[in-house]
Each structure stands twice: as structure tokens, then as C-alpha cells.
Design a protein around this ligand. Structure first.
Ligand code: ZN
Length: 550
């Protein structure tokens, strides 16, 4: 063999090796897009309760193709929206991530803080830069999100966008380094943002807002998808448990949203299933125009579907409205998954669907069915407590608020001669005499208290000393704070509020399910493991091995 031939063969061989190495580089070693879907107030049992009428391409596709973690629990109290979204995306808890409620009281000032309020930023997208609902940012969240970690891991090349009707549902999941978070403004009917992200809305969003979709949807009125007598999973549509829409005199179908919108404004759409459709319309617009899933690095789209929460609060979880909402959402999801398959490519994206919390039954409904329950009138109890303390200390209003089931003291009224220890003891004695209180404990000392360890851990995780009251109140099962007995709510440690769906589907996910108990804090580290990136900086959860096929 002459030297030329040897060179020629080795050149062929070398280029063959190079081509192998290039082709292995071309194989996708990461998903093109991560899609997080939080369905606000979705109880785990909705996956099964309405499943006889779900189609095969929505919730059932998730269960049939994906991996379901059937026992995913919140591991903190209180179970509210802002905390849920923060915990899903940080893998952390209020004690660390600093979102201690939707609103919480900064203990050093006694001032109430809304989770995403930020006076240093301005509103973008509705004309008035000082518009309060636009002055929002993730500033109050004190830990990184998995979306932040993706940004850090790719030298900020990944695109991250959060979208929801609720500001907190868009902002907290998208994290600090996001390209955008967009939320719905019920006054203008537009999706808006803030100067945290940008100076003006992108052209595609200006055009989207101009289409006035909320008006179009509400014109159609809200009637049931199927004949109303086929809604067998719910109480009769005529019942005493539902809250009226403002300016309406009955709660029964058909709901004349075309008339109500004239008085109630575009915010009305949030408490109808059209809110789900509108959110996903907006999401598709963002995917197409921002080319999500078309970049070299993984992009992340954090969606929160808010309307099920509004509908649940208004009509309770056993209403025909909730059943109809989920049947319609099932169709919307089927349509959205088909869109992702076509646009990003089946197998190129990984998706998870979960919830920020569940919800309890209406207390009167339970009582009518001989199940113990009740309504705790927070304001009346606070007045009574302040009266009780006044008799002992001769000072008015020592307690500022009982919000988030915590005693928040009015520190400016607590004079030097008050023995603080004694004051706390007196409050605890007061609550121990209340028949609807299961436990009451000085939060900093909860570790020593005689409380079941599962509940104790939730109190410890939820307690942030700078942002939470010093005493935690745990009510008996099915008791909740509300001013009347209409509608439904959430906020407690109990399984009805704490048990959420968690299903994964797509890139890197094998079909299966597990009944092992896992926690909301495990979601972010599982995404981190899938993407081979660092878990968020306040993360206390663990990767869910069964999801990773281990
Ligand atoms: Zn809620």
C-alpha cells in the first residue's frame, strides 16, 4: 500500500469518525421545551371523578402516555395560590422562599404585603404606568426557581415565559430572570406585564389584545356542554351552596355572561371556563411568536390555569359548574397537546401538570350530609380575642389579624410593660377553649408540641419568622375561614387541600404510575434531574426516581 492510499484511507476513516461524533451531537440530549401547567385548585380526584366523560386526548392522554405520581402532597401550611406556585417552581417552602401567603404581614412594620407587589416597577400594556395591577414582579420571592436555574445553566440563552390570568400565577413560576410574565387585567380585558421584564408589550401581544377575545367569549353565555340532566357527579344545579355572581339574582344555568359583562366588566371571564380557553389562546400565540421550542437551548413555558379556582370558590367543588369546567378544560387541553405535537414536535417537549392546592367541600353541604364541618368567622373571632385581651391588659387591638390562620400581633400597641410570653400564653388559652380549634401553638416552639408529626412538619415549613404571625391555629377537619357559608375555599393542611395531581408526559418520560407519597417540593428537583441542571438554591425536595425510570 503506498503512502497516498494510506493517507486517503485514513482521511476517509477520520471523516467517518467525525460524522459519527457530529450525528451523536445532533441527537437531542435535552428537550426543546418544558411546559409546566398548574391548574389552580385542581384536586387530584378530578382526574377520576369526571373521567367517564373525558375524551382520550386530554387528561386521559396524560394518564395513558405519561407518568402519574398519584400521591403528591403539599408539605406546608397554609395552602394558598402564591405559596403553591412558588413551591412548585423553587422546590422550597415559605420558611425559605419567603412567599408566606397570597398576602402576608411583614412583622417588623405590621404592613400587609401582596406576594408580587413591587412599588419600584411600572405597569406595561394598559396605558397607565402607575396602574396598581401592573406594578408587579417576583422581587418578594427570595429563592431561585427552576426556570431561573435553566437561565443560569444556559448562560441566559433559554427563553422563559410565564402566562396566567392571575399575576401571581404567571410571575412566581417564571422566576426572576424570565424573559416575560403576562397576566390578565380584568378592567381592560388585556394581558399586561411590568417594567421588571420590558418597556413595552411585543407587537404580537398588542395585536392579540386588539382581538378582544374576552368580549367574544362572554357574548356566547355559559351553558353546559352536555344536557344538564347528564351531570350526575354533582349536586343539583339549584342548591343553597353557591355564591351569586355580582349583579345577578340566581346561580343556575344558563349563565347570561353576555348581560353580566356589561355590569361586571371583563374580569367576569376569570370565573367561567372561557378563562381557560383564553389563557391557552394566549399561550399558543406566545409559542408561535416567541418561537418557543425552536432554539438551540431548552425553553420553558410556565402556564397557570386560574379559572378553576375562581369557579371553585364561587360555586363549590360539587357543583355542575365545576364538573362542566373540567369537561371543557379536558377538551382545551386535548387541543393544546395536539398544538404542541404539531408545533414543537411530539417527543421534543416534556410537560407536567399539577396544582397549587386542592379545595374543601362547602361546610353546609357536609353538615347537610351529616359530616362534621363548619365555618370559622375570622373577623368575629379576632374581635372576641381583642376583647379578651383588653380585659387582661387594658389595651385595644393587640391582635392585628388572624390571616393565614396565624395570630399577627399589633406590635405598636404592645408596650414595654407587657410580658410577651404571657401575652402569647393568654392567646393560646383563648383558642384552646374554642371547640373548632384542633391545635394552637407558638410557631417557633412547634417542634416540642404534641401534634402529629405530619402536621408539625407542615407548620414548620410554612413558618417564616419575618412574615408570619407568632401563633399558628389549626382548625378541625373541614372547618375553614370564610365570612359566610356559600361557595368553597382552601388553606388547610388536610388532604382535601393538600393532595394534588402530578403527571409528566413527553421527552424522557416513560409511561407508568406510582402511589408512593411524594411532595410538591420534589417537582423542581425532578425537572433539574431531567434537564441535567442545578436544582434551585432553596430546594429541600428530592428528585422523584420513578419519574426518571430509576
Ligand atoms: Zn383559591
Amino acid at each position: 500500500m503506498n503512502i497516498r492510499r494510506i493517507i486517503k484511507i485514513s482521511t476517509y476513516f477520520f471523516s467517518f469518525l467525525v460524522s459519527i461524533s457530529i450525528s451523536s451531537q445532533n441527537q437531542v440530549d435535552h428537550p426543546k421545551l418544558v411546559v409546566g401547567i398548574v391548574v389552580d385548585q385542581m384536586r387530584w380526584d378530578y382526574l377520576y371523578r369526571f373521567s367517564n366523560r373525558y375524551g382520550k386526548d386530554g387528561f386521559k392522554r396524560l394518564l395513558n402516555e405519561g407518568f402519574s405520581c398519584e400521591n403528591t402532597m403539599l408539605n406546608y401550611v397554609p395552602s394558598f395560590t402564591a405559596i403553591g406556585h412558588s413551591t412548585i417552581y423553587t422546590g422550597s417552602v415559605p420558611s425559605i422562599h419567603g412567599i408566606a401567603g397570597n398576602d402576608f404581614i411583614v412583622q417588623s412594620t405590621g404592613k400587609s404585603l401582596y406576594c408580587t407587589e413591587d412599588s419600584t416597577v411600572y405597569s406595561v400594556g394598559n396605558g397607565d404606568k402607575d396602574y396598581k395591577k401592573g406594578k408587579m414582579s417576583p422581587f418578594n420571592l427570595k429563592a431561585t426557581t427552576i426556570t431561573d436555574e435553566l437561565k443560569l445553566a444556559t448562560n441566559f440563552k433559554s427563553k422563559v415565559i410565564g402566562i396566567s390570568i392571575k399575576d401571581r400565577g404567571a410571575i412566581l413560576p417564571a422566576g426572576h430572570a424570565a424573559d416575560a410574565a403576562y397576566w390578565y387585567d380584568g378592567i381592560s380585558g388585556n394581558f399586561i406585564t411590568s417594567t421588571w421584564y420590558m418597556k413595552e408589550l411585543p407587537k404580537w401581544l398588542v395585536d392579540f389584545n386588539k382581538r378582544k377575545l374576552p368580549e367574544q367569549y362572554l357574548k356566547k353565555d355559559w351553558n353546559t356542554l352536555y344536557p344538564i340532566n347528564t351531570y350526575t357527579q354533582s349536586v343539583d344545579d339549584k342548591n343553597n351552596y353557591e355564591e351569586l355572581y355580582e349583579n345577578s339574582d340566581n346561580t343556575q344555568f344558563p349563565i347570561k355572561t353576555s348581560e353580566l359583562v356589561k355590569k361586571n366588566g371583563y374580569g367576569l371571564i376569570a370565573a367561567t371556563p372561557y378563562g381557560n380557553t383564553l389563557t391557552l389562546d394566549m399561550v399558543k400565540e406566545a409559542i408561535g411568536n416567541e418561537q418557543l421550542g425552536k432554539h438551540e437551548n431548552t425553553d420553558f413555558l410556565a402556564i397557570s390555569i386560574s379559572s378553576p379556582d375562581y369557579i371553585g370558590h364561587q360555586f363549590t367543588i360539587n357543583s355542575v359548574k365545576i364538573e362542566d369546567n373540567y369537561l371543557r378544560l379536558d377538551k382545551d387541553l386535548a387541543d393544546f397537546f395536539a398544538y404542541l405535537d404539531a408545533k414543537v414536535g411530539k417527543g421534543n417537549y416534556v410537560l407536567f401538570l399539577t396544582a397549587d392546592h386542592g379545595a374543601s367541600h362547602n361546610a353546609q353541604f357536609l353538615l347537610d350530609n351529616k359530616i362534621p364541618a363548619g365555618n370559622w368567622n375570622e373577623n368575629a373571632v379576632r374581635t372576641e380575642l381583642n376583647q379578651y385581651l383588653k380585659e387582661k391588659y387594658n389595651i385595644n387591638n393587640l391582635v392585628l389579624s388572624l390571616s393565614n390562620y396565624q395570630v399577627n400581633f399589633n406590635y405598636k400597641n404592645i408596650t414595654k410593660d407587657i410580658d410577651k410570653k404571657k401575652l402569647i400564653e393568654d392567646c393560646i388559652d383563648f383558642f384552646k377553649k374554642q371547640s373548632n380549634v384542633a391545635y394552637v401553638v407558638e410557631t417557633a416552639k412547634v417542634a416540642e408540641a404534641a401534634i402529629p408529626s405530619a402536621v408539625k412538619e407542615k407548620i414548620i415549613n410554612g413558618y417564616n419568622r419575618e412574615l408570619c404571625g407568632e401563633i399558628q391555629i389549626i382548625l378541625k377537619p373541614a372547618w375553614y375561614s370564610d365570612s359566610n357559608l356559600k361557595g368553597g375555599t382552601h388553606g388547610a393542611w388536610n388532604p382535601y387541600d393538600a393532595h394534588i395531581p402530578l403527571i409528566w408526559m413527553g421527552w424522557g418520560i416513560k409511561h407508568g404510575k406510582s402511589n408512593k407519597e411524594v411532595y410538591m417540593t420534589d417537582i423542581a428537583p425532578t425537572i433539574a434531574a431531567l434537564l441535567h441542571i442545578q436544582m434551585p438554591d432553596g430546594c429541600i425536595g428530592k428528585p422523584i426516581l420513578s419519574v426518571l425510570g430509576q
